[in-house]
Design a protein around this ligand. Structure first.
Ligand SMILES: C[S@@+](CC[C@H](N)C(=O)[O-])C[C@H]1O[C@@H](n2cnc3c(N)ncnc32)[C@H](O)[C@@H]1O
Length: 369
């Protein structure tokens, strides 16, 4: 898809991210205790805490990576924020996609320079910025957000970060399913998008609209917060017949403390952000190949007994087997009870504990999980 950007234009953000610090730029200050403050450089303004101050003019025209000393002698390291820093400190309407997940999305959805990408919803625009960076000035990111107030937050954040409206970005306020057909992105007309990223509560409602707008082979990636959403979107992908077998994962990033010999994982980490599930658009009229690997018995609850294979065990959706919990045999439970009761008896009569029993050989496991 073409854009109006002349190829001689400086790459977005490059000008504003190089050279001396300028008025209007955001800079990040780090104090000796590692506390961070983000300020927008404004001529005549001051940065002050209860322990001294300095004027922004002390920084305007200075080099990135400099150090400024306030009136109390406290030194601050001054740096232009990286995209990851910016995203975590920018104003938010909705929850943002964390940098660790944006990195996974850009990589695993294979978002390439010049690509056309569908994005919904936009929320605060955190992911949008990573997508814009990946497609570059000559790509397209068509973002859809149904809340006007969130769209305004995102627009402000994107323009602050890139220093101007990004030439590859179109932001449309509206529901994706309603707005996408009128966007000009159509697989049938040969104007399909290459990639789609959904970060919303109910991505399964958008699968058909996205399939209509995505080229065959195009990648869809959904970011969802809960396992129930993950399951629902995966089953909807399978059920639609227009997509390849979905794949899902999550990523955990653990920082490390680096201090002399005390080199170890940090005590705290972000435990959970979201799950990613990805799939690719099949060509029209193509049926997904039958899976060779059969689902585990009980992975799908039997809704209608007539649909069940003659030899399939009957499972309902309130059955633990429907959730992948292995059935526990009565024999195993009896054995666990025997071991547990023997342990209790041994507590009551210590001399009985000398009797050999199963307890020492095998831990009781009646959970079946
Ligand atoms: C968690 S936020 C997105 C955060 C964003 N990815 C970021 O990194 O800042 C989810 C957004 O999806 C929007 N949304 C939900 N369903 C939508 C739909 N069908 N069409 C458009 N936007 C939708 C919501 O209004 C909300 O702003």
């Amino acid at each position: 898809m073409s854009t109006d950007v002349p190829t001689t234009a400086p790459p977005t953000g490059a000008t504003s991210r190089r050279g001396p610090l300028r008025e209007g730029e955001r800079v990040q200050l780090t104090d000796p205790r590692g506390r961070m403050h983000t300020i927008t450089l404004t001529a005549g303004a001051e940065f002050h805490t209860h322990r001294g101050r300095f004027t922004h003019d002390d920084l305007i025209g200075r080099s990135d990576g400099t150090v400024v000393t306030n009136t109390a002698g406290i030194e601050y390291l001054v740096l232009r924020p990286l995209l990851a820093d910016f995203v975590l400190s920018m104003p938010r309407g909705a929850a943002v996609v964390y940098p660790k997940d944006s990195g996974q999305i850009v990589q695993m959805a294979d978002v390439f320079p010049g690509a056309t990408v569908i994005e919904a919803g936009v929320g605060s625009g955190a992911l949008t910025m990573s997508l814009l960076r990946a497609v570059g000035d000559l790509g397209r990111v068509h973002s859809f957000e149904r809340r006007e107030d969130f769209a305004a937050v995102a627009r402000g954040n994107v323009e602050t970060f890139f220093g101007a409206p990004h030439p590859a970005w179109t932001l449309q306020v509206g529901d994706l399913v309603e707005s996408l057909p009128g966007s000009g992105l159509s697989s049938a007309r040969g104007t399909g998008a290459d990639r789609a990223v959904l970060d919303m509560l109910a991505p399964w409602e958008c699968l058909d609209a996205v399939a209509d707008a995505l080229v065959p082979g195009g990648v869809l990636i959904c970011y969802v917060a809960t396992a129930t959403q993950l399951s629902r979107v995966a089953e909807a992908v399978r059920g639609s017949g227009r997509w390849t077998e979905p794949e899902a994962w999550e990523s955990m990033v653990r920082g490390w403390h680096l201090e002399g010999l005390a080199v170890r994982p940090e005590h705290r980490m972000v435990g959970h952000t979201g799950f990613l599930v990805t799939t690719r658009r099949l060509a029209d009229g193509v049926k997904p190949p039958l899976r060779k690997r059969r689902p585990a018995p009980g992975a799908y609850p039997v809704v209608d007994a007539e649909d069940a294979a003659p030899d399939a065990p009957e499972v309902t959706d309130d059955d633990p087997a429907a959730y992948g919990v292995r059935p526990v045999s009565d024999k195993k439970v009896r054995k666990a009870a025997r071991i547990a009761l023997a342990g209790a008896a041994a507590n009551r009569a210590p001399e009985a504990a000398d009797e050999p029993g199963d307890a020492a050989e095998e831990p009781a496991d009646a959970s079946g999980e």
